[in-house]
Design a protein around this ligand. Structure first.
Ligand code: GRF
Length: 184
């Protein structure tokens, strides 16, 4: 099973996905990044995974940008597009083009808190639990069919930093595991 990982920043999920390839029987055949300053680019390069970087700030038009990504994907060999902290909304034509093959991880217990600032919202609402959701990407933001969801209990006086970190380590564990269960 072959995957291409999309990311925008730190790349902790990218790294754990790369590290667990053999364990879970998939192969990262490439990566894509919209942000030339993303730390994940070095992670990809250090593991000899070609990373295609296309600065989204140089494009005014989302369709034009996503058309470039589509052109790149057409030339790749892959089964799934794995979004791992890819902080851009995908255009309608793009999602339709690869429907059923795009997977995302979102740091909340969907359908709670689609969009940004999920940890802050969970803390402000004094939620008992927070967590992460792995789901198929559809045209509606963070609303596609759920593949797996895991939760953690929010500690009394938990800081946003600790909550972000605890959710990330959960993600780093379950994303590779779940990718390993996808069917080609
Ligand atoms: C993760 O929490 C993921 O759920 C969200 O963005 C974050 C990316 O973190 N979509 P990293 O770049 O993988 O460290």
């Amino acid at each position: 099973m072959k995957i291409i990982v999309f990311f925008s920043g730190t790349g902790s999920n990218l790294e754990s996905i790369i590290h667990q390839q053999k364990t879970y029987g998939y192969k990262v055949t490439g990566s894509f990044c919209n942000n030339p300053d993303a730390a994940g680019i070095k992670i990809s390069e250090d593991h000899n995974i070609a990373c295609y970087v296309l600065n989204s700030k140089n494009f005014d038009d989302r369709n034009e940008y996503d058309k470039k990504i589509s052109d790149y994907l057409e030339a790749q060999d892959f089964d799934y597009i794995i979004l791992a902290g890819y902080m851009r909304i995908l255009s309608k034509f793009f999602v339709q083009n690869w429907e059923g093959q795009i997977i995302n991880i979102h740091p909340s217990l969907l359908p709670k808190y689609p969009g940004l600032d999920t940890h802050k919202r969970a803390l402000e609402n004094k939620d008992k639990y927070h967590g992460t959701t792995i789901h198929y990407v559809t045209e509606e933001l963070d609303a596609g069919p759920i593949i797996r969801q895991e939760r953690i209990e929010i500690e009394p006086n938990e800081s946003i930093e600790s909550l972000i970190e605890r959710v990330k380590s959960l993600e780093n564990k379950i994303y590779p595991e779940t990718i390993g269960t996808l069917i080609t």
